[in-house]
Write a protein that binds this ligand. Structure first.
Ligand SMILES: Cc1cc2nc3c(=O)[nH]c(=O)nc-3n(C[C@H](O)[C@H](O)[C@H](O)COP(=O)(O)O)c2cc1C
Ligand code: SF4
Length: 425
C-alpha cells in the first residue's frame, strides 16, 4: 500500500496510547508554544482560515470562517466545546485518534481556546468511550502539571480549564445545540438558530463547537503553516489529510489517515484491499450513515467536500461503508432508517412521524408486501421531510433514502414484481 503522509496518526502504535513524554519527543506542544510566544490570537485565526481547514464533524464548514464569527473581545465567560459524541453509524475516527494520542486533542483545544480567547473548554464524549475519557483525564492532568493548563499558561496571562463531560448517550446529542443543552443538564432538543452559539451558546454565553479531528489539526497548521496544510490534499478543492473509517464488505476495515482528494477507487481497492471474497463492488456510504450512496460510476470522484457534493452525496465524516454486489440496498436503507427513527428526539412532526412511516414503508417493501404506491409514498415522504424538519437529523436520514430512490429504483421495483426480497434465498 502507498505510504501516505501521517500527521494525525504519526504517533499511532497498535494497542498503545502515547502520553506526554513521548508526545513531546515528536514535537508535541510545540504548536502551542509557537502560537503563544510568537503569534497573536488573530494571527492564529487568520492562519487557520488561510489553511482551508473544513470541519471534520460532518458538515464541512470552514473552521476559520466559523471562528471569525466569535466575539473574541467580548468580556466575560466564553466557551470552546469539543464534540466527541461520534454516534453516527460507520464513524469511529475520533475514538481512534483519542485512543492513540489524547494529547494531540488537548493541545488542539488549548491552542484553539487561546486563539478565540475562550475562558473554559468542554470535551463532550460519547458515553461508550469510557476508556478514551480516562485517557483524556490523564492527559489533562499531565498537561496541567507541565504548565500547559491552569492559570497564566506559558506566561501569557491567559488561563484555561478543560472539563470532560460524558454524553447521556443518544445520537441527537451530537447535534451542536442539543449538545449544549446536554451539558446544561436539560432535555437535549436542538435549539432554534439564530441566535447561533457564537452569540448565545453555553449558559447564554459565546461558544464555538468543533469536532475532535478539526481541533487536533490546529497545532499542525500552526507548526507547518497554512500552505503546507493545503498542499497535503490531492485536489485543489481540499486541504489537509482526513481520517477515513472503513467498514462493510472490504478486506481491510480499519481507520486510515489519507490525503483529502484521494479517489474513491483508491480508498476501496488499494487502501481497503477491495471487496471481500473478490465480489464486485456495488455501492458505499462515503461519509457516514447520513450520506447518499455512491456506486461504481462514482469510483473516480475525488474524496473532498465539493467534488462529492457535485455527484449528489456528501463527504460527511469520511466513514466509508462498502457493500458487495449481493447486498440488498432496500435492506441496507431500512436498517439505517430504523436507527434514525429510533434516535429522533421527537420534537418536530416531519421527523418524529415521518421517519417511522418511512421505516414502515421500507419494511413492507422488503418483506414483499409493498406495491408501486409504496415506492411513490417513499418519494413523497423524502420530499416532505427534506428541508422541513427542525434540525439536520431528519435531513441526514433522507441521505440514504435519496440514494436508494435515485440509484436503486430498479431494485425497489424488483421487490414489488417478485413479491419478496430478490436477494434472499
Ligand atoms: C444528529 C446529528 C449528530 C451529530 N453528531 C456529531 C458528532 O458526533 N460529532 C461531531 O463532531 N459533529 C456532529 N454533528 C455535527 C455538529 O452539529 C457540528 O456541526 C460539529 O460538531 C461542528 O464541528 P466542525 O465544524 O469542527 O465539524 C452532528 C449533527 C447532527 C445533526
Ligand atoms: S429533526 Fe428529528 S431530531 Fe431534529 S428536532 Fe426534529 S424530531 Fe428532533
Amino acid at each position: 500500500m502507498t505510504d501516505y503522509p501521517q500527521i494525525l496518526f504519526k504517533n499511532r502504535r497498535p494497542d498503545e496510547t502515547v502520553f506526554i513524554d513521548d508526545f513531546r519527543k515528536t514535537g508535541g506542544y510545540s504548536g502551542l508554544e509557537k502560537a503563544i510566544r510568537e503569534m497573536t490570537p488573530q494571527e492564529v485565526r487568520e492562519t487557520v482560515k488561510r489553511s482551508g481547514l473544513r470541519g471534520r464533524g460532518g458538515a464541512g464548514f470552514s473552521t476559520g470562517l466559523k471562528w471569525s464569527f466569535f466575539p473574541v473581545d467580548q468580556p466575560g465567560e466564553k466557551y470552546l466545546v469539543c464534540n466527541c459524541d461520534e454516534m453516527e453509524p460507520g464513524t469511529y475516527k475520533d475514538r481512534q485518534l483519542l485512543s492513540a494520542d489524547p494529547h494531540q486533542l488537548i493541545e488542539g483545544v488549548i491552542l484553539s481556546a487561546w486563539a478565540l480567547q475562550a475562558t473554559e473548554a468542554y470535551i463532550f464524549i460519547r458515553y461508550a468511550y469510557e476508556q478514551e475519557a480516562r485517557h483524556l483525564e490523564r492527559a489533562i492532568a499531565e498537561a496541567r502539571a507541565a504548565g500547559y493548563l491552569g492559570e497564566n499558561i506559558l506566561g501569557s496571562g491567559w488561563g484555561l480549564r478543560i472539563h470532560v463531560h460524558r454524553s447521556a448517550g443518544r445520537y441527537i446529542l451530537g447535534e451542536e445545540t442539543a449538545l449544549l443543552n446536554g451539558i446544561e443538564g436539560v432535555r437535549p432538543n436542538p435549539r432554534r438558530k439564530p441566535p447561533f452559539p457564537a452569540v448565545r451558546g453555553l449558559w447564554g454565553r459565546p461558544t464555538t463547537i468543533n469536532n475532535v479531528e478539526t481541533l487536533a489539526n490546529i497545532p499542525h497548521i500552526i507548526t507547518g503553516g497554512a500552505d503546507w496544510f493545503k498542499c497535503l490534499a490531492r485536489s485543489p478543492e481540499g486541504a489537509g489529510t482526513k481520517l477515513f473509517g472503513l467498514s462493510g464488505h472490504l478486506n481491510r476495515t480499519e481507520c486510515f489517515e489519507l490525503p483529502v482528494g484521494i479517489s474513491l477507487r483508491e480508498v476501496i481497492f488499494e487502501v481497503g484491499g477491495g471487496i471481500r471474497g473478490g465480489k464486485p463492488f456495488k455501492a458505499c456510504l462515503p461519509g457516514g450513515a447520513s450520506t447518499p450512496y455512491l456506486t461504481g460510476e462514482h469510483l473516480d470522484v475525488a474524496m473532498d467536500f465539493d467534488s462529492i457534493a457535485a455527484v449528489g452525496s456528501r463527504f460527511g465524516t469520511a466513514g466509508v461503508t462498502a457493500f458487495d454486489a449481493d447486498t440488498c440496498m432496500v435492506a441496507v436503507t431500512l436498517n439505517l432508517i430504523r436507527f434514525f427513527a429510533r434516535e429522533s428526539c421527537g420534537w418536530c412532526t416531519p421527523c418524529r412521524d415521518g421517519l417511522s412511516y418511512v421505516q414502515w414503508l421500507l419494511e413492507e417493501l422488503e418483506e414483499g408486501r409493498g406495491g408501486k404506491e409504496q415506492i411513490e409514498l417513499l418519494e413523497h415522504q423524502r420530499r416532505n421531510i427534506t428541508g422541513r424538519a427542525f434540525c439536520a437529523l431528519a435531513e441526514g436520514a433522507m441521505g440514504p433514502l435519496d440514494g436508494l430512490l435515485r440509484l436503486f429504483r430498479d431494485e425497489l421495483e424488483d421487490h414489488v414484481r417478485k413479491g419478496r426480497c430478490p436477494f434472499r434465498a
